[in-house]
Unconditional design. Structure first.
Length: 106
């Protein structure tokens, strides 16, 4: 049982890290029961990245269409653009093609 947090690869590495945290907390606020269940039974988180805001928007739309628990985070410091989307454990199939966050950062 994993929580998937997806940020944008077009952000600097530090911003991706910060946006991952913001996005996870957005999921906790929107889905407190699912968050508590995940935290108490798994606490396994996967940090992934998509190319840009457009890709995150498409991911959130797919989650909504399929009834998958999710949360979108918009960063005020980046003109309220979407910087992250958290996907609940039941959404593993819609993130399976994404890359791990910061895999190339050094």
């Amino acid at each position: 049982m994993k929580l998937y947090v997806v940020t944008r690869s077009d952000l600097a590495p530090g911003a991706r890290a910060a946006q991952s945290v913001h996005t996870a907390y957005a999921f906790a606020a929107k889905h407190p029961e699912a968050w508590a269940h995940w935290y108490e039974n798994s606490n396994n988180i996967v940090l992934l990245e998509a190319d840009d805001e457009k890709a995150l928007y498409a991911l959130s739309l797919k989650a909504r269409t399929e009834g998958i628990s999710h949360a979108v985070f918009r960063e005020p410091d980046f003109d309220d653009t979407i910087t992250g989307v958290a996907i609940g454990p039941e959404g593993s199939h819609i993130v399976s093609n994404l890359r791990l966050t910061l895999r190339d950062a050094a």
